[in-house]
Design a protein around this ligand. Structure first.
Ligand SMILES: Cc1cc2nc3c(=O)[nH]c(=O)nc-3n(C[C@H](O)[C@H](O)[C@H](O)COP(=O)(O)OP(=O)(O)OC[C@H]3O[C@@H](n4cnc5c(N)ncnc54)[C@H](O)[C@@H]3O)c2cc1C
Length: 402
């Protein structure tokens, strides 16, 4: 089949790869000049194979009054009178109770595990270089109460076969010596030795080059897709803004947070709300962590990618396309330098980035045929975990198309 993949972020590039592996003729299209320029560009780089926790959770429910009152710098909600937004917000809250949270989390974990297996195959087949390494991850908990809740989740994850361990502060410092000078409260940590990390942009670019060089995929960058043509309910062509339509047998929409600008009339688009985040990348210095860290209280993720250290965080729920707020970089730097002053205090050549997480109310991505048009498939809405879930989602979409 001739298949267009619309969007060359981590999800689109991974989808193109596994569709091409299934012997389809794949055209990878993106409005940007290069792959990996959207939400995938400056993310926290963490491949959280054993994390998978859905964002709507009982913990967040308890914290909701503080968030809505604007007392938590990590979150910002700008309410608006818009039916889609209000429905999304209500559905998000409906996913917060414990049972719903665990259902969503275990589904995400399953998908993350499929991704881990696909990543192993991809590394063996392609040998692309994107600073991939199994760095392990430490979730730092500030108090005994949080740690007790984490213990229950670890036990449940263990029953599903995921390896996570509870460590005291001393044990965590043995795993990551940089924690000896960490300025935040650490009552204990959850250690996930098998979690990995990698540069998502390098992955997108190298894998695209690999696929094009092998003649498996043709790349079509700097081309914006305006919509899809159909004949009797069956997709017939992809409409480009500045070219003749591209005749295809099927198309996969992997437009991430921009899905609503591409297929606003599809019900799936309303299920995805962009949640803006920010990152700062600085050169790696002696004393910076090598193991990935997540500070649970401050909701910050730290990752060492090659010779760079990145901190990412903040979650701003705003009108789609609102653009970034330069003040939020200041907040991110302030919080990061409070805990790791030697790394972020006097930022030298700091790289700032902001992007939107494509978030569904359940945190579970939409990987499905379109409900409106045969031949059109959706692979979007990967929220906080798109890099982790990209290859598993790509495998599922390739199976669906088959
Ligand atoms: C601060 C932050 C930190 C994060 N950290 C992590 C992490 O550590 N681990 C993790 O797993 N995930 C993380 N994520 C989430 C992850 O980055 C996203 O879920 C993921 O990048 C989404 O990928 P995507 O391919 O769906 O979207 P994108 O990367 O946004 O790709 C979509 C592409 O579609 C293109 N496009 C859109 N509309 C059109 C059109 N009409 N025509 C042509 N092209 C179009 C865009 O140009 C874009 O390139 C983080 C996100 C943020 C914001």
């Amino acid at each position: 089949m001739r298949i267009a993949v619309v969007g060359a972020g981590v999800v689109g590039v991974a989808s193109a790869y596994l569709l091409a592996r299934a012997d389809h003729e794949v055209i990878l299209i993106d409005a940007a000049a290069e792959p990996g320029c959207g939400a995938s560009a400056g993310n926290a780089a963490q491949l959280s194979w054993a994390y998978g926790d859905a964002m709507a959770s009982p913990a967040l429910l308890k914290h909701l009054p503080a968030i809505l009152a604007g007392r938590d710098p990590a979150f910002r909600v700008r309410w608006r009178l818009d039916a889609d937004f209000l429905v999304w917000g209500l559905r998000f809250m409906a996913n917060m109770p414990a049972r719903r949270w665990w259902n969503n989390t275990s589904e995400i974990l399953q998908l993350a595990d499929e991704s881990r297996r696909e990543m192993a195959k991809l590394l063996a087949e392609t040998e692309i270089a994107f600073d991939y390494r199994i760095a392990g991850k430490l979730h730092l908990y500030p108090d005994a109460k949080g740690l007790a809740a984490a213990r229950l989740t670890i036990e449940r994850k263990r029953r599903l076969g995921f390896d996570q361990r509870l460590l005291s502060r001393c044990e965590a410092e043995e795993v990551e010596p940089a924690l000896k000078t960490y300025q935040g409260e650490i009552a204990g940590a959850v250690y996930t030795p098998g979690d990995a990390l990698g540069d998502a942009v390098a992955f997108c670019r190298q894998l695209t080059d690999f696929m094009v060089s092998k003649g498996r995929v043709s790349a079509c960058f700097g081309r914006k897709v305006a919509g899809f043509d159909q004949h009797k309910g069956q997709l017939s062509a992809v409409r480009l803004t500045d070219r003749d339509p591209l005749v295809v047998d099927a198309a996969v929409v992997t437009a991430g947070p921009l899905i609503h600008t591409l297929v606003a009339d599809l019900p799936e688009a309303a299920e995805i709300q962009p949640v803006r985040g920010y990152s700062l990348t600085v050169p790696w210095r002696e004393g910076a962590p090598r193991v990935s860290l997540t500070d649970v209280k401050r909701k910050l993720a730290f990752a060492t990618i090659g010779q760079r250290l990145r901190v990412a965080g903040l979650a701003d729920i705003e009108r789609p396309g609102s653009g970034f707020d330069a003040d939020r970089f200041g907040i991110l730097r302030e919080v990061a330098s409070a805990v790791l002053p030697a790394c972020f205090d006097r930022p030298p050549e700091e790289v700032r980035w902001s992007g939107e997480r494509p978030m569904t109310p359940s945190s579970r991505p939409i990987i499905a045929p379109s409900r409106r048009m045969r031949g059109l498939y959706i692979n979007a809405g990967h929220g906080m975990l798109g890099w982790t879930l990209a290859l598993g989602s790509a495998r599922r979409i390739a199976n669906l198309v088959a």
